[in-house]
Write a protein that binds this ligand. Structure first.
Ligand code: T46
Length: 137
């Protein structure tokens, strides 16, 4: 099964331009407790390199583009985030990396929990051990 789960947002466009509305439990399939955005990423910088123990997120590039890599410990998939009308759903227990940010990239992320550093797994070997432990139950 693909790790790439997309949310398609309606573009409420008219002659003035476009508008996308993101609503909890409607366009976004979870309770939205936190919103953050990543912008002015410096050339050549990659971000992420961690997983979350218990966090759902939806990531949408509202301007520009970046390349998102998702990894569940068994398979690794990547995609470009380059469409403000399309969000990528990222479930718990998924390693993520973001690469190749365009200079104008604004990556908007909605999350179902408040920030909690203890929810992060920032070591890849530790992440693999966690996915193995989950498989064993
Ligand atoms: C994720 C990817 C897509 C906070 O204080 N509050 C926050 O809500 C966030 C997201 C971060 N921070 C602090 C923690 C670090 O000191 O901001 C600093 C940068 O965070 P981090 O290095 O984790 O940023 P990224 O771009 O590697 O990862 C972020 C999110 O942290 C992460 O949850 O899934 O974007």
């Amino acid at each position: 099964m693909s790790l790439l789960s997309w949310l398609k947002f309606s573009e409420l466009g008219d002659e003035r331009g476009n508008l996308v509305a993101l609503e909890q439990d409607r366009t976004i399939p979870f309770e939205v407790k936190r919103v953050y955005y990543i912008y002015r990423t410096q050339p050549g910088v990659s971000r992420g390199f961690h997983a979350h123990k218990d966090l759902k997120q939806a990531a949408v590039c509202v301007a520009g583009k970046c390349r998102m890599v998702l990894d569940d410990g068994k398979q690794r998939e990547e995609t470009w985030l380059d469409n403000p009308a399309r969000g990528l759903l990222i479930e718990s227990g998924i390693w993520r990396e973001m690469h190749d940010f365009s200079p104008d990239c604004v990556l908007l992320v909605l999350a179902n929990r408040l920030y909690d550093e203890s929810d992060y797994i920032r070591n890849y070997d530790e992440f693999l051990a966690m996915t193995e432990a989950m498989k064993r139950g």
